[in-house]
Design a protein around this ligand. Sequence first.
Ligand SMILES: NC(=O)c1ccc[n+]([C@@H]2O[C@H](COP(=O)([O-])OP(=O)(O)OC[C@H]3O[C@@H](n4cnc5c(N)ncnc54)[C@H](OP(=O)(O)O)[C@@H]3O)[C@@H](O)[C@H]2O)c1
Length: 263
Amino acid sequence: MTTLTIVLTGACGGIGRALAVAFANAGHNLVLVGRSPDALAALREGLVRPRSHRYLVADLSSAAAITELCTDIADGPPIDVLVNNAGVSSFGLFVETDDALVEHMLQLNVLAPMRLCKGLMPLLLKSQNAALINIGSGFGSIGYAGFTAYCASKFGLRGFTEALQRELANEKIAIHYLAPRAVNTAMNSDKVVAMNAELGNTADEPEVVAAAALAMLRLNKSSNRYLGWPERFFVRLNALFPTVVSGALKKQLGAILRHAKSV
Ligand SMILES: NC(=O)c1ccc[n+]([C@@H]2O[C@H](COP(=O)([O-])OP(=O)(O)OC[C@H]3O[C@@H](n4cnc5c(N)ncnc54)[C@H](OP(=O)(O)O)[C@@H]3O)[C@@H](O)[C@H]2O)c1
C-alpha cells in the first residue's frame, strides 16, 4: 500500500489513538491534531517510526484556530488524507441542555469538519491518493432520545458528507462516512454506559473503528459504512420505515429517560 500522509483530528481520544496506531502500523505518516501538546508528544513517541509523524495543537471550536491549522499544514509536507474524528457528545434531556453546549457540539461536530474540508481540499486534491474520512455515528441516521443535539450534529455531518460526495464525484478524491455504534471510550459517561448495559446495546472497542477506517483507505471510491449488527439494519429500517423504529424505541423510552434525568 502507498505510504500516505494523514491529518487526524482528535488524535489523543479513544478512537483517535486507535486510528493513529493502526495508520502508523500500516506504514502511513501522521499529522496528529489535538489540544494538549504533552499528550500529542507522548502519543507520537508511542507510535512506530515516531520521527515520521508530527503534531499540531488546535482548538477546533475556533474558526481562527482552524484557519491557522490549515496554514500550518499547508506549510508542511504534502498531505493525502484528512480524518475528521474530533467530536463531543452529551446525554440528557434537550430542554435541560445548556445552549452553550449545544452550540459547542454543532461547532465541533459539524462546522469544524466542514471548515477543515474547505481549508484543506486544495491540498488534498493535489494528491493522487486523496481521501477524506468523516467519523459520524449511528446517531447520525437514527434520532435517539437523550442525544438530541448530538444527533442534530451527526445528521448534519452525514448530510454534508453525502452532498460533498456528490459534488466532488468528478474529482479524484474518495470521500467516506464511517458511522460507529457505541464505542468504549471516555466520551460515554457512566450514565450512558449504564443505560447501554440495561438496554443491551453493544459497545465496540476503538480498534474495530480503526480497522474499518484502514479498510476505507484501501478503497479508491467514496463509501459509507455503518458498524455493528443490528445497528446497521436499524439505520436502513429508519430510512425506509421511521414509524416502525419510533415504535421500537418507545419501548426503551422509560429506561432512557430514567438515565437521562439522573444528572
Ligand atoms: N465513543 C462512542 O461511543 C462513539 C460512537 C460513535 C461515534 N463516535 C465519534 O467518534 C469520534 C471520536 O470519539 P471518541 O469516542 O474517541 O471520544 P473521546 O475519547 O472523548 O475523544 C474525543 C476527541 O475529540 C477531541 N476534541 C474535543 N474537543 C475538541 C476541541 N475543542 N478541539 C479539538 N479537539 C477536540 C479531543 O481532543 P483532546 O485530546 O484535545 O481532548 C479528543 O481527542 C467523535 O467524532 C464521536 O462523535 C464515538
